[in-house]
Design a protein around this ligand. Structure first.
Ligand SMILES: Cc1ncc(COP(=O)(O)O)c(C=O)c1O
Length: 389
């Protein structure tokens, strides 16, 4: 990378040259290799972990509030982003086709089963437009990720928000009972946000298959990459069986690209063609290059998953020791019953340098905490006893 492009990179990271000279872990892989004398990739990731923790602390309160990836994008994704510089002036850059191919291979479907979007939120918005523009009904669990229900309401569909059951699981029986001739879409989120838990695979699979005979079902798998259950399978295989199922995935979570806005829908080609009509624009070229590289950077994904599991275990173990009930998280966040109004905890933690999640009614004495770096989580758990006392 030239000095000029390195400066440009440093500006985009919001760091001056001085700061990054001391934090080489924030550099793209090629530049890090030059500065550190060709370390192995695991050594680069260890450097990233140390330096990102320092940089996040220096940037203000530590964000454990939006289920973001504290490590940001992979060093190899940074390389790809930097080397795509010339293409930022182009319409229809070849990376649009390339990433479709890469993602299709990643999930094991033909390319015509994939739509690349501006974040997976866009998948949810265009689904609502494609199916509920003329009203009708949408069935969704509650609480869940709000975008699809919100889009439905904006389009004046009737949204049936079916409360989770006492185990914080989707109440599939009641959801099924709400589905009628006016239902245009059914939403499930697995693992669910804000509750973090994974549905029973057999029960959810049967539900999705059954419902898809009557109405399209969207399965939001934004947190799929963090699931640690051996043999856990995506619902993409139902798409391949030709069912009316749409799976959404994102580059925002394990790939750390939330601000660059890249997401994916996987569905039958006729459904992809229908959704395509409602797409409002293209994902940006830098995001596409970074996501394309990150999808192929298996070492980085494994690193993020392991570090997330480490921080998550520390938090869950501490909560268990403090006698607090927590959902069995399979995501990059933990949902637990603090017994206090969440606003009170937010204020407490902000005064200690941490931002935590907002309230998710009706679970107003529960709290959602996103997993930061292991060092951040070690600091966070030392604050927990006083905060929960
Ligand atoms: C379950 C779920 N789906 C989708 C999204 C949207 O992600 P993005 O639009 O960044 O892909 C989020 C974001 O937090 C989420 O929690």
């Amino acid at each position: 990378m030239s000095t000029l492009s390195r400066r440009a990179w440093l500006r985009t990271t919001g760091l001056g040259l001085g700061a990054t000279a001391a934090l080489p872990g924030l550099l793209p892989a090629a530049e890090m290799a030059r500065v550190l004398g060709n370390p192995s990739y695991p050594d680069m990731l260890a450097q990233l972990e140390r330096d990102v923790t320092t940089a996040r602390r220096a940037a203000g309160p530590i964000r454990l509030s939006f289920n973001e990836n504290p490590f940001g994008m992979s060093p190899r994704a940074k390389d790809a982003l930097m080397s795509s510089w010339a293409q930022h002036t182009w319409y229809m850059p070849p990376i649009r086709q390339e990433i479709r191919r890469t993602f299709a291979q990643h999930v094991g479907v033909p390319e015509d089963h994939v739509l690349v979007t501006q974040g997976s939120s866009e998948v949810l918005g265009i689904l609502a437009m494609a199916y509920a523009l003329e009203g009708g009904e949408i069935v969704a669990p509650w609480p869940t990720f709000e975008d699809l229900p919100r889009w439905g309401e904006t389009l004046r569909a009737t949204v049936h928000k079916v409360p989770l059951d006492q185990h914080l699981d989707h109440d599939l029986y009641t959801m099924d009972a709400k589905i009628g001739s006016g239902t245009k879409l059914v939403f499930v989120c697995n693992p669910n946000n804000p509750t973090s838990n994974l549905a029973d695979d057999k029960a959810l699979r049967e539900f999705v298959s059954n419902v898809a005979r009557r109405t399209p079902v969207i399965v939001d798998e934004a947190y799929f990459d963090f699931v640690d259950v051996p043999g856990h399978k995506s619902m993409v295989d139902l798409v391949l069986k030709g069912e009316q199922v749409i799976v959404s995935r994102t580059a925002s979570k394990i790939h750390g690209l939330a601000g660059l806005r890249v997401g994916f829908a996987v569905a039958r080609p006729d459904i992809i063609a229908r959704l395509q009509q409602y797409v409002t624009g293209d994902a940006n070229v830098f995001g596409l290059h970074a996501a394309n590289a990150s999808l192929q950077d298996v070492e980085y994904q494994t690193f993020v998953k392991q570090k997330n599991a480490e921080g998550r275990k520390l938090l869950l173990d501490t909560l268990a020791r403090l006698g607090k009930k927590a959902a069995p998280s399979q995501t990059n966040f933990v949902f637990f019953q603090s017994g206090k109004p969440v606003q009170q905890l937010q204020r407490h933690f902000e005064s200690k340098g941490f931002l935590i999640g907002r309230a998710f009614p009706p679970y107003t004495d529960w709290c959602r905490v996103s997993i930061g770096t292991p060092e951040e989580m070690r600091q966070f758990v030392t604050e927990l006893p006083a905060a929960l006392a």
